[in-house]
Structures are given as C-alpha cells and as structure tokens.
Design a binder for this molecule. Structure first.
Ligand code: SF4
Length: 151
C-alpha cells in the first residue's frame, strides 16, 4: 500500500503509526505486541524502502518503530481536541477532558503514562506519544538534527 501511495499516487508525505489493542478496541486478540511491531517495521523498511517512502517523520521515530531507539511517551506533544475538550492523556485513552491546553498539560500527571507505567499503554508505540519525544531528542542533538535535515 505504501508503494502504491508513494509511487503511483505520488502523495507528498505519509504518516504512519502502529495500531495496538487499545482499551476501546473491539478486537483485543489480533493486534501486534511491541516486539512483533518492531519486526514488522524492520522488514517493511528493509531494502531501501524506508528511505524511498516519503515518510513525514523524524528519523528517530522511524528508528523507534524498528526497535533501534527507545523513548518515553510525551503525549502532550500531539494532543487530541474534540467537542468534549482536550482528551487526557491522548486520543487512545480517556481519563477525562481539560477545558484548555494549559489545563491539560499542567493538570495531568504525565509520569503515570507510557509503557512500564500504565498497563493500558503496554503495547502502544503510537506516533502521538512517541514522535514528540523523538523530535525533542532530535532537537537536543546536533548529529540528529543534521541527520533529520538531510533524511
Ligand atoms: S503510551 Fe502514551 S500515547 Fe500511548 S496510550 Fe499511553 S499515554 Fe497514550
């Protein structure tokens, strides 16, 4: 499908995020776990496809998908807003809503969320949680910033 979108439809950029058996998913049996997801991405990206596909992600997030980098979740970086308000902590879980982004950021105990902290997050590798962390890590490193620039 990515070959089709990239080569035939020639879309400008693509974003990709692994699914998992999040709390409200009606199917809790067939989604991949973290190790299976990493293997899938390693195989999918092999043979130069990672470079060929116009993926709108930081190189570190793509490394994360392949299991070459490990990050903590920073879901406040790609928040979810709807008619109900700012969803806490992310669009995959609903532990309430905040009226403002400030209230979301300052009124949420972010240390409670992410893999190893909340069992509901255990198989999550979603871009909303981990791309912001990858971008922050890129910005803190000259080497990674240069790599992102020429990727
Ligand atoms: S790991 Fe982060 S993005 Fe994933 S479900 Fe948990 S809080 Fe949301």
């Amino acid at each position: 499908m990515l070959d089709f979108l990239n080569d035939e439809l020639e879309v400008d950029e693509m974003e990709i995020s692994p699914a998992y058996a999040y709390e409200k998913a009606p199917d809790q049996e067939h989604f991949l776990g973290v190790e299976q997801t990493r293997k899938l991405f390693r195989e999918a990206f092999a043979g130069g496809r990672r470079k060929k596909w116009r993926l709108n992600h930081s190189p570190l997030f793509l490394d994360f998908l392949e299991g070459k980098a490990e990050f903590e979740c920073t879901a406040w970086g790609i928040p979810s807003y709807s008619l109900f308000g700012w969803q806490r902590p992310c669009y995959l879980m609903s532990d309430g809503y905040a009226k403002t982004y400030r209230e979301l950021v300052e009124g949420t105990d972010w240390s409670k969320y992410g893999r190893g902290r909340d069992p509901r997050c255990e198989n999550c590798m979603a871009a909303c949680g981990y791309e912001p962390t990858a971008v922050l890590a890129t910005a803190r490193s000259l080497r990674q910033s240069v790599r992102a620039l020429f990727n």
